[in-house]
Design a binder for this molecule. Structure first.
Ligand code: ADE
Length: 229
């Protein structure tokens, strides 16, 4: 799967791309990540300007349509397969596990990261990207949101997680729309906190039943909204 990230701050992704799971997925050639600096499409002025003040007044700066649209069109042409375009914005549809599963079926995603007050509306009108938010809060830009999406999608790709780290039981994953049950490892007792007896019983049926009940209880207590969709 190929990701193209359009950003004013490509270096934000440096550490993330070279760590752990994602690095391995890149090495195994399951994932390719290409970063594109929006400033490379700026008019050739000394400041390589990409933003301007909003018409009608108001705070902040907007990313310009005449920089962003040519950038996205050029990036689109960098591979044969057209990319599904995703623009990160708090105004977008909320990202969730279903969306991650859907994105994981695509061969190519382009992630457009905003900064400042966002993009000129005509970027959206012309390019018609899907607008996606990672939650009801405002970040300083779309980069962290883009990393969140890549992280959530890449771990679903075949060959990325070993069996020992399977995602089947994950909260919200396919076939399990509940929160995950509590888990324990050694030691059995720590400061008077004991591992539940049933998990030490070797009775697989009883363990499965206990886990399912715990998932239900947790979901009811913490996220009852999940039980109604
Ligand atoms: N950019 C700023 N805030 C964001 C959010 N919550 N989700 C996606 N992109 C953003």
């Amino acid at each position: 799967m190929r990701f193209d990230i359009v950003t004013l701050f490509p270096a934000i992704f440096d550490g993330y791309l070279t760590q752990s799971l994602l690095e391995k997925a890149i090495q195994k050639q399951i994932v390719q990540i290409h970063r594109h600096d929006l400033r490379d499409w700026a008019a050739d002025t000394p400041h390589r300007k990409v933003d301007d003040r909003p018409f009608g007044g108001g705070p902040g700066m907007l990313l310009q349509v005449d920089v962003t649209v040519p950038c996205v069109e050029d990036v689109q042409r960098m591979a044969d397969k057209p990319a599904r375009k995703i623009l990160l914005t708090p105004q977008g549809k909320r990202f969730d596990q279903r969306m991650a599963e859907d994105f994981a079926t695509d061969e190519r995603l382009m992630l457009l990261c905003g900064r400042y007050e966002g993009f000129d509306q005509r970027v959206i009108d012309i390019l018609e990207p899907e607008e996606v938010s990672i939650g009801d809060f405002v970040l300083n830009g779309g980069e962290v949101a883009a990393m969140t999406i890549i992280d959530g999608v890449v771990r679903l790709l075949p060959g990325v997680l070993g069996d020992e780290n399977s995602n089947i039981d994950d909260s919200f994953s396919r076939g399990n729309r509940l929160l995950e049950f509590p888990q324990y490892t050694r030691p059995r007792d720590y400061r008077g906190h004991h591992v539940p007896e049933v998990l030490l019983s070797g009775n697989h049926e009883a363990i499965a039943k206990w886990r399912s009940e715990q998932s239900q209880i947790r979901t009811q207590q913490r996220r009852s909204d999940l039980l109604s969709d």
